[in-house]
Design a protein around this ligand. Sequence first.
Ligand code: 0PR
Length: 383
Amino acid sequence: MNYEGLSKSDVLRLLKEYLKDDLTYKSGRILGSMCTSPHSFAKRIFIKAIEKNLGDAGLFPGAMKLEQEAISMIGSLLSKSDASGHIVSGGTEANLMAMWVARNLARKDRPEVIVPKSAHFSFDKAANLLGLKLIKIGLNKNFQVKTEVVKKSINNNTVALVGVAGSTELGTVDPISELSDIALNEGIYLHVDASFGGFVLPFLRDLGYNVPSFDFSLKGVCSITIDPHKMGFAPIPAGGILFRNPEYIKSISIKVPYLSGGETTQATILGTRSGASAIAVWALLKHMGRKGYQKVVKKCMNLTDMLVKRVKRSKKIYLVTNPIMNIVGLASRSLEPKQLADKLRKRGWAVSSTSTHIRLVIMPHIKRKHIIEFLSDLEEISV
Ligand code: 0PR
């Protein structure tokens, strides 16, 4: 660090230099991210609320109330407006909290959690941190967890089952209602990771799509991850964790007696945490309404359909599976996914690649022209 501070203009010049290589959502070139440029209203609110700290909630009772109202609004999307929970830093923290609760409630010596092979790597982190053994279950031809294998894998040490509603690689939805029945029969905690799908599936249903039940309407579902900073249009960081029963969250709550705002309890992993995130989510939900989100999802799905139709006409590339939501898996008949992603990157396109396919996420920043340009490049590359 310099002894004398630099002038603001010098700092700005340096920043410009450093950040010039970063991609922007606006360019339409980021085709493989679950995030997008946040809604302009949410950005404004975020800056206004930037100093709020939900870690000392007694100082910011207004912010705390807004967080709880945001949870209630998100709960109403998931068939439970009286769910308890928090706006957290993202899906990773949300999944970690759910696993923490499940472990603490069950009190087993050698806790095991059963997850689909498609589960996000945040469950590996949670398992490592919490001393859980992860049992990873294979998928059926529709890329959903094999529920009969889940059932067979339950033993005395099982503390939770996990289902994914909107998988990271393909946006597929596990048979959550079957998992719910299994969880109820066996008396085991069920967590649903709707980190991405939570802000898609309820609106797809509104739009007339056939959407299977995945939320608290299923009695076995104990908690749900749902992230405003993905399809919720909110500024990063904004994840969501909702619990069916307020008692669950008590199993991970710590009493904090000394804070200047007065005695409080904390269940989140973070101590000092962004009030701005929660307030921006509240403002956004109020402003967008259900109809606003329906419009966003409809636009993304229309573009996804257009992409799918064009890919189906191609001789060089094909769909790994028909997309359920705005996440599309593509593979080339001539190139490995990694080679394909590298060649695309050389042409300025950023997509993710898995062992079987490249993944596109058709987020709100993607326009028709981007898809047309992208497909033309993809055809040229796939010799
Ligand atoms: N659960 C699921 C189903 C996810 O897909 C993700 C993130 C998480 C949990 C964890 O969420 P956080 O990243 O908020 O902690 N999946 C994204 C992905 O792998 C994360 C991401 C987002 C990666 C934007 C890249 C990117 O540009 O695609």
